[in-house]
Design a protein around this ligand. Structure first.
Ligand code: NAP
Length: 481
């Protein structure tokens, strides 16, 4: 099945931090792909900026090198055409140089988007200069990357800095997990089908497991990560967002504020988490290799590279249903999924088969995006009546063809910005509500001086996380199983 591509309106996209890792690895290759499938109109322009002094030709050469590394399947003739849409203007985000040139380069009558692919400390300064130089028109958009703050106070300060120059409907806070096809499919699965929604509550759901496991460590971003940790870097945004989409009430319509209103209600229903329901870990040194503390250059670090939590939502639908969240680095496999465990059947009519196991619906985000439903069937063959568990498996790539998992999350989100669709972006109150829940949890372990437990690289995480589940008579789904 080939996805239908509708060209967006003409635009000027100003990309701050264009020489940086994210821009070169994700955003610019993503824009190229949208150009290749003809979603970018002929009069679209990308105005790349950073402090580095270079001209447009040198910057285009940098894109070519990045494409070879990060998107090697590109077509040279298409890339040549794409690069004609890209220009480079050096701008110092915190100084005065380059702003007049940038202002002069913008066209008055096209969609104007400013993508801040720079550290958050630069957000307010850039927003202010855009406003001072009269570049921020009432219809222009500003896109900011994660992390959106370090705690509630810093998130509020960022919101204030941005709102001093832009209205909320112009601010696009990226959580790239929301751009993933399967994450959006979770909404389709729940709200475009009548099968699951009647079962989607504490009467029928035993518990939910949300896992984001990574094989990479913190190499290369140790200094940032050690100030942050898995709770701030992953739970506050990505896993809370996945939890929201899993647990929210059906919005009255598929519009940005209707969806985000429901998500905020989920975050506000999150109950405080007891220390006994938290397992924090840090990957230890490999045989002869380095561990977390070596990677961050801090031998005494108490920052977690792994966290598992049991959380509850204090609302009618989910009362008593635990949501287990876990994420970590240097684990056995790279895997992200949401697994909804339905309750065991109350009674078995089949003799000698033992207790029946409930169904499990698994929404796989990566790898191999798709949906699986564990069901119990009769073991084929004559003789006794035996049962076994099988998966009804729908891999999107198999069902929908190779295009199924495209576009990449960033491609989708950048085009949504141009379209002016905020549905898949975090609203300011959402980000603040998530920090309001996270802050006391982090302060709790900081005040107690808790140290994370060590775990082996290539494992499923620390023992404590297994115990967290075992205590409740449940088991984690196997990572890399
Ligand atoms: P990076 O590689 O350090 O790039 C930073 C960019 O900002 C560079 O282009 C740098 O270029 C520019 N810059 C720095 N100071 C500047 C200033 N005063 N004025 C103008 N430009 C300035 O960072 P990154 O990894 O691309 O990350 C960018 C943002 O995305 C961060 O907020 C990060 O947290 C977020 N993010 C990154 C990733 C990722 O995979 N990399 C994933 C999720 C979120 P010059 O030095 O030439 O000025």
């Amino acid at each position: 099945m080939v996805s239908r591509v509708i060209p967006v309106q003409p635009f000027d996209l100003v990309l701050f931090g264009a020489t940086g890792d994210l821009a070169q690895r994700k955003i610019l290759p993503g824009l190229y792909h949208r150009f290749e499938v003809e979603q970018m109109p002929d009069d679209a322009r990308i105005i790349a900026t950073a402090r580095s002094s270079m001209d447009t030709e040198q910057f285009r050469a940098q894109i070519l090198a990045s494409m070879k590394e990060f998107a090697p399947g590109f077509k040279q003739d298409v890339l040549d055409q794409f690069l004609q849409h890209v220009e480079y203007i050096p701008v110092d985000a915190l100084g005065e140089s380059g702003w007049s040139e940038l202002s002069a380069a913008l066209r008055p009558d096209v969609v104007r988007a400013f993508y801040l692919s720079v550290g958050p400390s630069l957000f307010p300064g850039i927003a202010q200069r855009l406003s001072d130089h009269k570049m921020a028109s009432p219809d222009s958009r500003i896109v900011v990357e994660k992390p959106f703050g370090h705690d509630l106070a810093s998130a509020k300060a960022l919101n204030e800095g941005l709102r001093a120059c832009f209205e909320e409907h112009q601010i696009y806070r990226i959580d790239h997990y929301l751009g993933k096809e399967t994450v959006q499919n979770l909404m389709a699965l729940r709200f475009a089908n009548s099968l699951f929604e009647p079962l989607w509550n504490s009467t029928h759901v035993d518990h939910v497991q949300i896992t984001v496991a990574e094989t990479v460590g913190v190499d290369g971003r140790g200094a940032y990560y050690d100030q942050s940790g898995a709770m701030r870097d992953m739970i506050q945004n990505h896993l809370v967002q996945l939890l929201c989409l899993t647990a929210m009430e059906p919005p009255s319509k598929f519009s940005p504020n209707a969806v985000r209103d429901e998500k905020v209600k989920v975050i506000e229903a999150l109950e405080p988490v007891s220390p006994a329901d938290i397992a924090r870990g840090q990957y230890r040194a490999d045989k002869g290799g380095d561990g977390y503390t070596d990677h961050v250059g801090n031998a005494d670090s108490r920052t977690e590279s792994y966290i598992a939590l049991k959380v509850h939502l204090g609302n009618w639908r989910w009362a008593g249903v635990p949501f287990y969240l876990r994420t970590g680095k240097r684990l056995r496999a790279r895997e992200s999924e949401i697994a909804v465990f339905f309750r065991d059947p109350p009674h078995t009519i089949f003799p000698n088969v033992g207790p029946l196991r409930g169904n499990v619906l698994v929404i796989r985000l990566q790898p191999d995006e798709g949906i699986t439903l564990r069901t119990t069937i009769k073991d084929p063959g004559p003789g006794g009546f035996r049962l076994s568990d099988v998966s009804l498996d729908m891999s999107f790539a198999d069902a929908l063809g190779e295009d199924a998992s495209a576009p990449d999350a960033y491609e989708r989100l950048v085009m949504d910005v141009i379209r002016g669709d905020q549905t898949l972006f975090m609203r300011g109150d959402e980000a603040e509500a998530a920090w309001a829940w996270v802050d006391p949890i982090v302060e709790g372990w900081e005040d107690r001086g808790d140290r994370p437990s060590l775990y082996d690289q290539g494992s499923s995480g620390p023992e404590d996380a297994l115990m967290l589940m075992h205590r409740d008579g449940r088991r984690w789904r196997q990572i890399g199983g």
